[in-house]
Design a binder for this molecule. Structure first.
Ligand code: GLV
Length: 331
C-alpha cells in the first residue's frame, strides 16, 4: 500500500503526477481555503504532508494525527512548523533551502531599487494622468550605487544580497547577525559586521532577511525605526511580524524614514490598512521567490524530500535529525 500524502495547496500538476507514483495523493488543487478545524481534519489519516508557509504543523495538528511522519514545507522559512513539537513526536520537518537563494536576493534588490527610486509611486502618478511636464525634482529618490547597504540577518539570502550590493553597485555593505560570519565570507561579500544600533543608524538602505521567531517579533518597531536616517529606505522580504507594520505606517506618514518596500506583512494576506494610505511604500504580495523556475525547484525539492524519506529513510533537507518513524501502511 502506498503512503498517504496530503498536498495542502495547489502546486504544479507534473509534481503531483510524479508524487502519485509513490503516494496515494490527496491534493487541494482547487485551493479550498482551510479553517483551523478543516486543516486539522484534512491532515488526519495521512502519513505525509506537503505544506506551504501558511499551513501550520503545530501541537494541535500533531495531537490529532499520530500517523503523520513527515511534513515537507515548500518554503525556506518554517515558522509555520513547531519543530520542537515535531521532533518530540518523531515527525520529520523539511524546508527548501538553497534553490531560492539567488532568486529571492534578486527580488530583494529589485524591491530596494523600486523603493529608493520611487518607481511604483511615479507609475501610479503617470497612470492617473497627472504627468503634465518634466520637472527637475520629479520623484527625486535616493541614490543606490555607492550608498550604504545594511542587512539584518546574514544567512544565505542576506549574503547573496550583499554580493549584489558590493560587487554590482559599489555599495558599502554592513550587516548584523546573531553571530559574525567567517572572515572568508565577509571578504567575499565585502561586508562588515556591526552592532544592530550602528546598522540602523548608518544604513541608507536596510534589508531585513532574518527568520521569524518569538525573538525576532517586532525586531523593527517604533524605537528601531526611529534610529534610522530620515533619508533611509527599509525593505522587508523576511516575514510579516518582524516589522511592526502599524509603527512603520506612522513613520512613513511622518517622513521619519523616506520609504519602505514590503513583500511580507503581519497577518498576511490581510495588511494593515494604514499602509495603503501612504504613498512612500512599495507593496508586493509575498512573491520574492516567485519565478517559474524557482517555484518548480521548490516544489520538486519538497517532493524529493518526501520520496527520499519513504524510499531511503532519510529526507534530503531535514530541519530535525530523527530516525524514521515506523512506516505502517496497512491502514
Ligand atoms: C518564502 O517566504 C519562503 O520562506 O520560502
Amino acid at each position: 500500500m502506498k503512503p498517504k500524502l496530503l498536498v495542502a495547496r495547489p502546486i504544479f500538476q507534473s509534481v503531483i503526477d510524479d508524487l502519485s507514483a509513490f503516494f496515494d495523493v490527496t491534493s487541494n488543487q482547487p485551493d479550498t481555503p482551510w479553517t483551523p478545524d478543516s486543516w486539522q481534519q484534512a491532515v488526519a489519516g495521512h502519513d505525509a504532508a506537503l505544506t506551504t508557509g501558511s499551513d501550520p504543523i503545530n501541537g494541535n495538528v500533531l495531537g490529532t494525527n499520530p500517523r503523520l511522519k513527515i511534513a515537507a514545507n515548500m518554503a525556506v522559512g518554517y515558522n509555520n512548523f513547531d519543530v520542537p513539537a515535531m521532533t518530540a513526536l518523531g515527525v520529520t520537518a523539511t524546508n527548501t533551502p538553497d534553490v531560492l537563494t539567488e532568486t529571492t536576493a534578486d527580488f530583494g534588490f529589485a524591491l530596494l531599487m523600486a523603493t529608493a527610486r520611487r518607481m511604483t509611486e511615479s507609475e501610479h502618478y503617470l497612470r492617473a494622468g497627472q504627468w503634465k511636464q518634466w520637472r527637475y525634482d520629479m520623484f527625486a529618490g535616493a541614490e543606490v550605487h555607492g550608498s550604504t547597504l545594511g542587512i539584518l540577518g546574514m544567512g544565505r539570502i542576506g549574503q547573496a544580497i550583499a554580493r549584489r550590493g558590493a560587487h554590482g553597485f559599489g555599495m558599502n555593505v554592513i550587516y548584523h547577525n546573531r553571530s559574525q560570519l567567517d572572515a572568508a565570507i565577509e571578504i567575499e561579500c565585502k561586508a562588515r559586521f556591526v552592532d544592530k544600533e550602528t546598522l540602523l543608524k548608518t544604513a541608507d538602505h536596510l534589508v531585513l532577511v532574518l527568520p521569524y521567531s518569538a525573538q525576532s517579533h517586532h525586531a523593527m518597531g517604533a524605537a528601531e525605526i526611529a534610529l534610522m536616517k530620515p533619508s533611509a529606505t527599509l525593505i522587508n522580504i523576511a516575514r510579516g511580524g518582524i516589522v511592526d507594520d502599524a509603527a512603520l505606517a506612522v513613520a512613513l506618514k511622518n517622513k521619519q524614514i523616506a520609504a519602505a518596500g514590503l513583500d511580507v506583512f503581519e497577518g498576511e494576506p490581510a495588511l494593515n490598512p494604514a499602509l495603503l494610505t501612504v504613498p512612500n511604500v512599495v507593496l508586493t504580495p509575498h512573491i520574492a521567490s516567485s519565478t517559474v523556475h524557482t517555484r518548480m525547484a521548490m516544489a520538486k525539492l519538497a517532493a524529493d524530500n518526501l520520496v527520499a524519506y519513504f524510499k531511503a529513510g532519510k529526507a534530503l533537507t531535514p530541519l530535525n535529525q530523527l530516525a524514521p518513524k515506523q512506516v505502517d501502511l496497512s491502514s
